[in-house]
Design a protein around this ligand. Sequence first.
Ligand code: ZN
Length: 411
Amino acid sequence: MRREQFELFKKMLKKLNENSPFYKEKFRSSQININDIRSPEDIKYLPFTTKEELNEAYPLGLQAVPEEDIVRIHSSSGTTGKPVIIPYTANDINDWADMMARCLRIAGVTPLDRVQITPGYGLWTAGIGFQTGVERIGAMAIPMGPGNTDKQLQMMIDMKSTVLIATSSYALVIAEEVAKRGIRSKIHLRKGIMGSERWGEKMRNRIKDELNIEIYDIYGLTEIYGPGISIDCQYHTGLHYWDDYLYFEIIDPKTGEPVEEGQYGELVITTLRKEGAPLLRYRTRDITRLIPGECPCGLPYPRHDRILGRTDEMVKVKGVNIYPGQIDELLRDIEGASSEYQVIIEHKDGKDIMTLRVEKEPAADPTALGRKIAEEFKKKIGIHIQVDVVNIGELPRSEKKSKRIIDYRYN
Ligand code: ZN
């Protein structure tokens, strides 16, 4: 943690302790004296904030400034029936627009671009978050919102949109329609900015090729401003995040302890400047890792990896946390392996045994492929597994990736 970052962190703690009824009570009940936090190493003693607590604070229990300072609210769906309401001050809105503008500039968007925004507007943060960022850099926003693909395509052609902002699944719908209608020559898109959800490389390539665009992954969540807290640059080696606004930690979701540098785990975020609803060590439930070292682009902002999935998809085998997204990534880099796989975990003779069943491309040699996968697994994920290579079409198909892991140990 940088020195300036820790100074911001301490200032933030002091403000929470003075102004936030939610955190005052939290510090009291967990017997935390914020004056005991003297170095970055002490941060791990501070309590986490969970989505359940945000639900319980409904509607405005998180508010940490007087009523007259709040200028807007947004909301996200909750884990229970109640949504989470996040109040924003004018400074929060301004900071968020600055962060989004930074994202757009890194993606190479200029004042000459015309940006078609297809995520939803309203209580949802996506549409309006992009909108304010686009306006901040002086590009032209085309605030479509979601759906109505006919109209989207008509505007895309008539307005000569150059940047498409969409979820990956909606971008695929657009790409397929463009191909079906044979209108690619009328499309002027050059860039796409898409949410960092876990999506297959095949889908990404399809969108890229059909629309002839470069794709940037953007990340964010309503609890922490909204989209725009990180984005990947032209080197696509991970997403740069804004450490002058946010402090990122990666923890083991089972134990709550910090993981080793560069390891996957749950992303935990502390807002360093937020006023309306500041959050301390918020558990996002998103799985990623911090990427050590510097990016070739030379930007001063650190990087995290793409989001590999959600904490509830995690399994622990031989003491190592494994996420389906990690296996996707691993198989993607191995020639001859298809993206279809199934994991079987058993407990025999006092030991965990993991079998990875993988479908192979028709030309691949099953023995060599099996050996290669086992080697890579040991090298990248750290445990020895058994590999069972099967032919295309042999494994069951499921929409949900988490269904690919069958754990017999607790049955
Ligand atoms: Zn970079």
